[in-house]
Write a new protein. Structure first.
Length: 110
């Protein structure tokens, strides 16, 4: 029996709980645990950026009084992308979506 792993201490409590739930549910190799940690860190970074944007706004005025995107917007976007890619790499989405029938055009009879 392996000793129970502890979540990295730098993760937010909610993210640490998610990290532990994945560790408990899946059998991961050490390199997968590192990827899981990177995913959790990316998620936390995204939340931090979102909180900063909520506090300071999505834009600011530069020295020429022109509106500019807050740098945290790029951090949020990049962190989301990183999180999704790492999850895909880990293959944690075991349920594949059902194939959907394409919509039909109204008024056309088949």
């Amino acid at each position: 029996m392996t000793p129970k792993q502890k979540a990295p201490t730098h993760l937010r409590p909610e993210t640490a709980a998610w990290w532990l739930s994945v560790i408990d549910e899946y059998s991961l190799e050490p390199h997968h645990v590192r990827l899981l940690t990177l995913a959790a860190e990316s998620f936390d970074r995204c939340v931090e950026a979102r909180e900063l944007i909520a506090k300071e706004g999505m834009t600011y005025r530069d020295r020429f009084n022109q509106p500019r995107q807050h740098p945290a917007c790029a951090v949020e976007r990049d962190s989301k992308t990183s999180f999704v890619r790492i999850l895909r790499e880990l293959g944690l989405d075991v349920c594949e979506p059902e194939p959907q029938k394409p919509p039909t055009i109204k008024g056309r009879a088949k």
